[in-house]
Design a protein around this ligand. Structure first.
Ligand code: FES
Length: 102
């Protein structure tokens, strides 16, 4: 399982958001309150870019229709929308990335 580099740790700060294309999919790397999150880049509801989402108390809310997703589980808070895909951030030397199955 290869490590896919997303960014250098030195570049991260609270409020950081960056959408990155990896092969055939995109992920969104974010930092909020010192915590790093990696999720699918588009909302599972209607694919709005979550880079514009609002994070509060471990939940990201999509600004288009206000669907809210738990950043640990990916579950929709109301249970009516598909799950948000969550990736475990992996820290290696001075980098943050993800490990994906091939
Ligand atoms: S597209 Fe995100 S809530 Fe509808």
């Amino acid at each position: 399982m290869p490590f896919l580099r997303l960014d250098k740790l030195i570049n991260l700060y609270d409020g950081y958001r960056k959408t990155l294309k990896i092969d055939s999919f995109e992920v969104l790397l974010m930092q909020e309150d010192g915590e790093v999150f990696v999720v699918q880049s588009r909302c599972p509801h209607r694919e709005y870019p979550l880079e514009r989402g609002v994070i509060s108390n471990g939940v990201i809310t999509c600004p288009w229709h206000n669907m809210a997703f738990d950043l640990k589980t990916g579950n929709h808070r109301g249970g009516v929308c598909d799950r948000l895909r969550i990736y475990e951030p992996v820290f290696q030397d001075n980098l943050v990335g993800i490990v994906v199955e091939t």
